[in-house]
Design a protein around this ligand. Structure first.
Ligand code: NAI
Length: 256
């Protein structure tokens, strides 16, 4: 196959109600996917969702094994998975980070990806293989974020390598994407970004994203969710048929 084409394919996307996950759902649907299974804990984020293919939305917490028992009922014949749900880090130094907040980040960013991979790889093994992409971060390769975020993202990138080694004999490819800054609502959940918008940008969010995009980044800007979705789509697709266990850094050169 020489094109990015998901005709006849079934795909799972986590964190699908917003940002990169929602963009992945659109990318897959627009390129012929037969059926999408979309999950997120934000039910309202799915309101009014329209896609070019049939889809199921399942609301729940990716860090909860019981949620995955429900999702697993929909995974028969699964070809692709985007394990992408994530939350921002606490934005605190290690000495000030409390246990409950550490566990909260680990639950979504680490447990959620483990549970997703476990169920997706099981379903793919029972059909004829497939491919998965996990969303790490440039914080997996540079020590730049708070420890809960950076450590969980580094673990997710490494999980892709182990999953790739295990899945290869069953025809399952697993890769990670490690984005730098991407303009999505996740930024609005962080204290640091919100206070920058208010105190330095007079409430102009778009200008704040522009300014953040310039910091240490040779290309001088954030990515869009659609750009990252296209790169995830490439890794999922048959065009990437020999790529497995890779961590694709997509950060405008931030980590150089
Ligand atoms: P977003 O906030 O727009 O989307 C994340 C989605 O995940 C939301 O719909 C949220 O409700 C969902 N979610 C969070 N925790 C969940 C849970 N426990 N169970 C179910 N759903 C949950 O953010 P964005 O940027 O689209 O994030 C997607 C992934 O990309 C995350 O893993 C994030 O860490 C990663 N990432 C984002 C970057 C950025 O600059 N936006 C940079 C590098 C990585």
């Amino acid at each position: 196959m020489t094109d990015i084409d998901f005709a006849g394919r079934t795909a799972l996307v986590t964190g699908a109600a917003s940002g990169i996950g929602a963009a992945c759902a659109r990318f897959l649907a627009d390129r012929g996917a037969a059926r999408l299974i979309l999950t997120d804990w934000d039910a309202r984020g799915f309101d009014g969702l329209e896609l070019a293919c049939p889809f199921n939305t399942i609301v729940g917490d990716v860090g909860d094994p019981d949620h995955w028992s429900t999702v697993a009922e929909h995974l028969e014949g699964l070809d692709h998975a985007v394990l992408n749900a994530g939350i921002a880090g606490a934005g605190k130094p290690i000495a000030e980070l409390d246990w409950a907040r550490w566990k909260r980040t680990c639950s979504t960013n680490l447990d959620g990806v483990f549970l997703g991979l476990k169920h997706a790889m099981d379903a793919m093994r029972q059909s004829s293989g497939g491919s998965a992409v996990v969303t790490a971060s440039v914080a997996a390769v540079r020590g730049i974020a708070s420890v809960d975020y950076g450590a969980t993202k580094a673990a997710v990138a490494h999980m892709a390598r182990i999953a790739a080694r295990e899945g290869g004999p069953d025809g399952i490819r697993v890769n990670a994407i490690a984005p730098g800054g991407v303009d999505t609502p996740i930024w609005d959940t962080t204290e640091g970004f919100r206070s920058f918008v208010e105190s330095k940008m007079e409430g102009d969010r778009a200008r704040a994203i522009e300014e953040f995009g310039k910091i240490g980044t040779p290309l001088g800007r954030f990515a869009t969710a659609d750009e990252i979705a296209g790169q995830i789509g490439f890794l999922l697709s048959d065009m990437a048929s020999t790529i497995t266990g890779a961590v694709l850094v997509s950060d405008g050169g931030f980590s150089i």
